[in-house]
Each structure stands twice: as structure tokens, then as C-alpha cells.
Design a binder for this molecule. Structure first.
Ligand SMILES: Nc1ncnc2c1ncn2[C@@H]1O[C@H](COP(=O)(O)OP(=O)(O)OP(=O)(O)O)[C@@H](O)[C@H]1O
Length: 298
């Protein structure tokens, strides 16, 4: 027996007046998954998330969260933790008072001190929100996702403005929530984070999915790349290259290939046999950025 998906979006359409912002979008998020909703500017991510969070009524189509309409806020809202791009805490409240308020609004049970410790703001508990740094404010925003271990958590650009230690700490906390069974929906412009963390990705463009699937499914349609430079001053190539390469503006050579291991082996063999030094050598599978860049080319 298959369980009900945590999120079930079926043929969702959202319009603003005459403008059709989201077009027949369908996807599901299963319990325990980390699903990244990514896309170009204006693709319709925020509109879609607003419909899932119960803030926006679908023009047509259906949205179900835990099998229920997210517009039924009393049933669904206590089970969701939403970390917005800015939570809008009152500047006069202290950090501890703000976390207490999150508890009241969420109707979930937790200990304020536990949440303060997870978001690393114990030492700022008595400080007014107006006196927090940008990164500290972001960590306070994250408390909305942590308080009471919600079953479904929305993280909207969660690491923007965070230093590397705070980012690592945030992802550790997310990992712990996932171990406890939470389902996560992530939006971010840090594609590396999505590539590392997401089980599945929905990549939106102009109101619909450009691609949807696992990272491997998204990237396998594009070739892997090998990049290198030759020692300066760059003479004409000392010998013909064994593989087809193009030259970028910065003088680097670029080889695109669906047979990375074999072609890399050929290139290294050629360089060794001809005593050619390959500088700044990089070889790797397609990255999510490349999938993004391919959007307008398709
Ligand atoms: N209230 C509104 N009235 C009219 N048009 C809107 C409104 N909100 C959004 N739009 C338009 O709908 C489209 C989708 O917007 P949305 O904010 O959902 O995109 P997004 O993918 O979140 O974009 P971004 O990455 O730039 O934040 C955009 O073209 C936007 O201009």
C-alpha cells in the first residue's frame, strides 16, 4: 500500500488577472523527502509555495497537504513550519520573546531554550531583535522551522546571509529534523546546496516544470566537462589535441563529453606522451548550474 504524499499538487493553475503565472503544474512530495523547488526569476515558485502553504487560492487544479486542503488552516497549519525570506519579528521583542511567540502561533509544543540552542542564539536570548546582525536574524527566522519539530518544513532561501559555520549548523539541524521524519521543501539560489541536499528537484521556468527528478536525472541529459589551460605564453598548440575542444574567452580549453572517464584517460595519456603540462585541470559531471544555463537554449 502506498502512503498519501505529504504534498500533492495536481494540475495547479494560478493567474493574476490576465497573467497566467503557474500552468498546469503537477508534483508530489513524499514523507521524509527533501524537495527543492528551483527556477528562473518569475518562474512561479513563490506563487506555487503560497498555494501549498494555504495563502493563495488555486485558479484551478488541486493542492492537498497531508491529504487535506491547505486552506483548512486549523487542520494543516500546526503541522507546518515556514521559514520565510523575512519573518518580520517585532524589533522591540527580545530573541527569547520572539521564540516564545513562534511557539504560541505554531501551537506546537517545545522548550524555548532547546530551540535557542539549536539556532545558536542562547547567548543573545535577552537581546532585542533590532540589535541582531543579519545572520543572527536569519537564525532567528530558522527557529520557525525548528520549533516543535514540524512534520512539513518550508525553507525559503534559508542560508542567505549566513557565514559558513552557521550554514553548516543549519544543515546539521535540518538533517536531524529529517532523521525525526520531517519533510522539507527548499527554495534556494545556491544550486550547490540543492545539488548536495535534495532528493528531488523541480526546476521551474515560465510557470511550468522545465525538468523534474533526482539530481542524476536532471544532469544526465547534459555532457560532462573537462577544462584545462596550457602554459603561457600560449603558443599555438604544440601538437593536435586528441579530442574535440573549444576555447573559452579566458583561453581555457573545454571538452564536452558523455564518456568522461575514457576521454580523460585519452587526454592524460596524450599529455604525458608529449610532455604537455595541463594547467588548472578540472573534470566533472554536469552541475546543476549547467542545467540552469541550458534553459534558454532548449
Ligand atoms: N500579485 C501579483 N500580481 C501580478 N503578478 C504577479 C503577482 N505576484 C507574482 N506575479 C507575477 O507572477 C510571476 C511568478 O511570480 P513568482 O513570485 O511566483 O515567481 P518566483 O519564481 O518566485 O520568482 P523569483 O525567483 O524572481 O522570486 C511573475 O511574472 C510575477 O511578476
Amino acid at each position: 500500500m502506498t502512503s498519501t504524499p505529504v504534498i500533492d499538487v495536481a494540475r495547479l493553475n494560478l493567474s493574476y488577472g490576465d497573467f497566467h503565472a503557474v500552468k498546469d503544474l503537477s508534483f508530489q512530495v513524499e514523507k521524509g523527502e527533501l524537495y527543492a523547488l528551483l527556477g528562473t526569476n518569475g518562474a512561479g515558485k513563490t506563487s506555487t509555495l503560497e498555494a501549498i502553504e494555504g495563502h493563495r487560492r488555486a485558479t484551478s487544479g488541486t493542492v492537498r497537504v497531508f491529504g487535506q486542503s491547505p486552506r483548512d488552516r486549523r487542520a494543516v497549519r500546526p503541522r507546518m513550519g515556514i521559514m520565510l525570506q523575512e519573518s518580520g519579528f517585532s524589533p522591540d521583542l527580545t530573541v527569547r520573546e520572539s521564540v516564545r511567540l513562534i511557539g504560541k502561533l505554531s501551537q506546537r509544543e517545545d522548550r524555548v531554550e532547546r530551540v535557542l540552542s539549536i539556532v545558536d542564539l542562547t547567548h543573545k536570548a535577552g537581546t532585542q531583535v533590532s540589535q541582531l546582525s543579519g545572520g543572527e536574524k536569519r537564525r532567528l527566522d530558522f527557529a520557525t522551522a525548528v520549533y516543535g519539530k514540524p512534520e512539513l518544513i518550508f525553507l525559503d532561501e534559508p542560508t542567505t546571509g549566513l557565514d559558513i559555520q552557521s550554514r553548516d549548523a543549519l544543515w546539521d539541524a535540518v538533517d536531524k529534523l529529517r532523521e525525526d521524519g520531517s519533510t522539507i521543501v527548499l527554495t534556494t539560489h545556491y544550486l550547490e546546496e540543492a545539488q548536495q541536499r535534495a532528493d528531488r528537484i523541480g526546476l521551474m521556468h515560465k510557470g511550468t516544470f522545465h525538468r523534474e527528478g533526482t539530481v542524476a536525472e536532471l544532469t544526465q541529459t547534459l555532457p560532462a566537462t573537462i577544462r584545462f589551460a596550457l602554459p603561457a605564453p600560449a603558443p599555438a598548440l604544440p601538437l593536435p589535441l586528441p579530442l574535440q575542444a573549444t576555447r573559452a574567452n579566458d583561453g581555457q580549453f573545454l571538452i564536452e563529453t558523455f564518456g568522461l572517464q575514457k576521454d580523460l584517460h585519452t587526454l592524460l595519456g596524450w599529455a604525458h606522451a608529449n610532455a604537455v603540462e595541463l594547467r588548472e585541470l578540472q573534470a566533472g559531471p554536469t552541475r546543476l548550474d549547467d542545467v540552469f544555463r541550458s534553459i534558454d537554449r532548449d
